[in-house]
Design a protein around this ligand. Structure first.
Ligand SMILES: [Zn+2]
Length: 142
């Protein structure tokens, strides 16, 4: 899928209540728990995802700051071949159940956020199914 353009959802585990300096967004308090982050890569989805999973990197996006924290890790990944517009539709749908982290990942669109704290993981899984967002088989454990 190296040339695939698409939309992805990272399921992120925050292992402990923590305050993280999220670059331009400033300090954000995260509660221990699961989060879903919606993004898109219109060049190479695979390269983008590999980038998210690498720790040492120059921080460009809010998500880079979050994933750099020791207590934070990606636990699951969903992706779909889709256009950028779908990214915001997915974020909007997740916002119906998730708690938005205001302004996170949505600097260049009108969404309130592209990162949500998820209390009902079953909802997220069903929603990913409904959207036909595939799980690429990579499951990340600690
Ligand atoms: Zn958006």
């Amino acid at each position: 899928m190296s040339r695939v353009k698409g939309v992805y959802v990272l399921v992120i585990s925050v292992g402990t209540d923590t305050r993280i300096d999220v670059g331009a967004l400033g300090n954000v308090d995260f509660q221990r728990g699961l989060y879903a982050y919606v993004g898109s890569a219109q060049n190479s989805l695979e390269r983008r995802i590999d980038r998210h999973l690498r720790r040492a990197k120059r921080k460009l996006w809010h998500i880079d700051y979050l994933l750099d924290s020791d207590s934070v890790k990606v636990v699951r990944l969903f992706h779909k071949n889709a256009v950028k517009l779908d990214e915001c539709k997915i974020a909007e749908k997740i916002s119906l159940e998730g708690v938005p982290i205001n302004g996170f990942g949505s600097s260049d669109c009108k969404c309130r956020s592209h990162l949500f704290q998820i209390t009902d993981y079953q909802f997220l899984r069903e929603f990913m199914c409904e959207l036909a967002l595939g799980n690429d088989g990579r499951v990340f454990h600690d």
